[in-house]
Design a protein. Structure first.
Length: 89
């Protein structure tokens, strides 16, 4: 890893249910991890480093925590909707 590169981040203990909230064909968590990855455009050589989005060194970790929370709560809400009893009167 080149000097000054961000350290890799490994998260453990993420509930499997967090991956049930989907944005299209991917979970919200998969989408955020993909979007917030350090990348370099092949043609221009321009680097995209989301670590510079904030002065908070734990910005991305906090973002992932929020996405997990939203995912879990959304799954709970959607599962609750399936239990609603619709009656014709």
């Amino acid at each position: 890893m080149p000097p000054g590169s961000p350290l890799p981040l490994t998260l453990r203990g993420i509930p499997e249910r967090a991956f049930a909230y989907r944005l299209g064909n991917r979970s919200a968590l998969d989408w955020i991890v993909d979007q917030y990855r350090v990348k370099t455009d092949r043609r221009s050589g321009i680097a995209h480093d989301p670590n510079g989005y904030s002065d908070d060194p734990q910005y991305i970790l906090h973002l992932i925590e929020r996405v997990i929370t939203v995912s879990l709560r959304t799954v709970d809400i959607v599962e609750g909707l399936a239990r609603l009893d619709f009656r014709e009167e």
